[in-house]
Design a protein around this ligand. Structure first.
Ligand code: ADP
Ligand code: MG
Length: 261
């Protein structure tokens, strides 16, 4: 039975897409059948596999709004990795749904309604999300089983972490009783930066007090990584590079799966 993991937070540039695609790489190498669902209009998940999001005839938008079968839009992008892509069309999702309430009486349940039947076709489903808490993120929180929250340690990071955690609580209460926080993973960390260690310490204390998992594994900031996507059209975990960044994604999956690290 597929496990649905959303990579969510209300911030951009904190590695949501990188985590989604690199974890897909790790799981695929383990022989698991993976589906990436992109829900962000930037379409970066497909781009990470070298596919131009503008070239798709149908996307997640058509599945959610027009009810086309998801199979029509799902593409295979690598051995064991399928993607249900997004592109610019998703920028209109909220407007198109909320202006037709009679047609979409349960606007937050569209994703669950349209995608529930494909969950059992995969071992793991990873959802890449937009950098805000709108209708799209709401649909994701109704559909997902678990949320992985990237946390970039900066001055106001704790504030936005609390916001996404509150949103998850609210969605669990109202719509999705089985929704849980898988954990928080620190991203773009430079261990030499005093602010980073300070904010991470604050975050660990907060998580401890609130019974939330904060993974020991951190995703380091590196300059080399951006190049690997640009040149090879693949997430770093599939480019067979033996660098600390790739190792950290493998360690993260071990921790997520409860195998220790
Ligand atoms: P989000 O999806 O949250 O907006 P991305 O995954 O797109 O964030 O990452 C933001 C930027 O950081 C991208 O340009 C990406 O190439 C770059 N990046 C990814 N991993 C790293 C890393 N470990 N160190 C530095 N930059 C990174
Ligand atoms: Mg992204």
């Amino acid at each position: 039975m597929g496990k649905v993991i959303a990579v969510s937070t209300n911030k951009g540039g904190v590695l949501k897409t990188s985590i989604t695609t690199n974890l897909a790489g790790v799981y695929a190498l383990q022989g698991k059948k993976v589906l990436i669902i992109d829900t962000d209009n930037q379409g970066n998940a497909a781009l990470s596999f070298g596919k131009n999001p503008d070239n798709f005839n149908t996307t997640i938008y058509d599945v959610l709004v027009d009810g086309i079968p998801p199979e029509y839009s799902i593409q295979n992008v690598y051995e064991n990795i399928d993607i249900l892509p997004a592109n610019d069309d998703m920028a209109f999702f909220e407007f198109d749904v909320l202006t037709k309430v009679e047609q979409y009486p349960q606007p937050f349940m569209l994703m669950t309604k349209r995608l529930d039947k494909i969950v059992s076709d995969y071992d793991v489903i990873l959802i890449d999300t937009p950098p805000n808490l709108g209708l799209t993120q709401g649909n994701v929180l109704c559909f997902a089983d678990e949320v992985l929250i990237p946390f970039q340690p900066e001055n106001y990071s704790m504030r936005s972490l609390v916001k996404i955690l509150n949103a998850i609580d609210e969605f669990r209460e109202r719509y999705n009783p089985s929704l849980s926080v898988l954990g928080i993973v620190a991203t773009l960390v430079d261990k030499r930066t005093h602010l980073h260690s300070q904010v991470l310490q604050e975050c660990r204390a907060y998580c401890m007090n609130n019974q939330i998992t904060m993974f020991d594994t951190i995703i380091p900031r590196t300059v080399r990584f951006a190049a690997s996507v640009a040149y090879e059209g693949l997430p770093a975990t599939l480019t067979d590079k033996n660098n600390p960044l790739v190792t950290s994604y493998f360690e993260l999956v071990k921790e997520m799966d409860g195998d220790g690290s």
